[in-house]
Design a protein around this ligand. Structure first.
Ligand SMILES: C[S@@+](CC[C@H](N)C(=O)[O-])C[C@H]1O[C@@H](n2cnc3c(N)ncnc32)[C@H](O)[C@@H]1O
Length: 210
């Protein structure tokens, strides 16, 4: 595994050893009495990318734009080790839970917005070091392209692609090649890796702007 960013450790919590971050509990995850909480890669595509040893380029303290935050499971861990973290989610119901998660986290800013319309949050979001994307919707490459303008020139895109969101019947590898091909118009892909055994038919991608 590449070096873990500052603020992420492999720790024994309960009867398991695995990724952990330090912060207030957010969704019933196991914790220890020193403030660390388990980050289960089976519940998080970014967790799976890190656990699988992908070189995310994360060091800790980065400014983050997180697309597809849902109820905040993964972004709660991101806000534990990152700097200002803007969390975009377009479904009102999970955003209610996301707001609760953000209440305990000064650096987490939930945005009830559509990630396909970055112009609706461009006045709030500063340029970022990292875009983390897990939208599980059709047009995943286009979402990354349309948000590319927020990323510093030396920043990173950490993308989880769900094959079935693009095409339920197609061979996942064919879908991944198409998504990556579209991305490559504006990003250089540094690494791609399937996220099994943690997530079936998902691809993790690390890319930087061209
Ligand atoms: C797989 S879930 C995300 C899980 C989350 N990243 C985590 O690990 O905790 C995908 C989420 O993306 C959201 N989503 C899909 N399309 C979106 C869009 N265009 N804008 C914002 N959110 C979107 C969905 O509502 C859903 O909550």
């Amino acid at each position: 595994m590449s070096d873990l960013p500052e603020g992420i450790e492999q720790r024994s919590i309960g009867d398991e050893t695995g990724l952990a971050t330090r912060g207030p509990p957010a969704y019933g995850e196991p914790t220890d009495d020193t403030g660390w909480r388990r980050w289960n890669p089976r519940r998080s595509k970014l967790g799976a990318m890190i656990q699988s040893g992908m070189d995310t380029g994360l060091t800790g303290g980065e400014t983050v734009l997180y697309l597809g935050a849902a109820a905040g499971t993964t972004v709660s861990h991101v806000a534990d080790f990152a700097g200002p973290t803007y969390a975009v989610e377009f479904a009102a119901r999970p955003v209610r839970d996301l707001l609760d998660v953000a209440e305990d986290r000064q650096r987490l800013f939930p945005l009830l917005k559509d990630a396909r319309k970055p112009e609706t949050y461009a006045h709030v979001v500063e340029p970022v070091d990292v875009i983390i994307q897990d939208v599980a919707t059709r047009g995943q490459a286009e979402v990354a392209l349309t948000n590319r303008g927020f990323l510093h020139e030396d920043g990173r895109l950490l993308l989880a692609v769900k094959a079935r969101s693009e095409d339920v019947t197609a061979d996942p590898e064919t879908v991944f090649d198409e998504v990556v091909g579209t991305l490559e118009s504006e990003y250089e892909v540094l690494e791609r890796q399937r996220l099994e055994p943690y997530h079936a038919d998902h691809l993790g991608v690390v890319a930087r702007p061209r």
